[in-house]
Design a protein around this ligand. Sequence first.
Ligand code: FES
Length: 181
Amino acid sequence: MAQTGNFKSPKRLDSLEGGAGSSSGAVAAGKAREDSMSGLDFERRSFLGKVVGGIGAVVAASTLYPVVKYIIPPAAKEMKEVDELVVGKASEVPADTGKIFQFNKDKVIVINNGGKLTACSAVCTHLGCLVQWKEDENLIYCACHGARYQQTGEIISGPQPLPLTPFSVKVDGDDLVVSKA
Ligand code: FES
């Protein structure tokens, strides 16, 4: 009996140890499960954090883009400089008149003085006002401070320091063609 008890005891002990072992195993498994759950939780939170962060970034970008576009003006389009340009029709400058045209970045006044065509810069060299052709005085006049220029742009009188830059002009068919002098 004692032997049996002896035999059983170790078995019981074993089973107890095993039980204890399995109990600690269960605890360990539970911990591992908890760990893996908390790992999953962490991964889920991290993933959600990334999704929310990404959505936030998209919303911020879509909000800021029009604001930035509004604040920063678009780069001015580079106008290609040309040596010669049809600025308009010859009929736009009848005899004894002058008309201002755009030529590259310059404003050019084309004058038809009794059939004699000339062209020069329309920007007064004093302070930059636009000049006009004064048919009655047969000269180019700046109304801002009274500068007077000859039809070809040379100075007659006034405060301007320099003559008007000359350009070339010709009629080609119906076209009025201005070019760099
Ligand atoms: S700007 Fe032409 S005279 Fe002063």
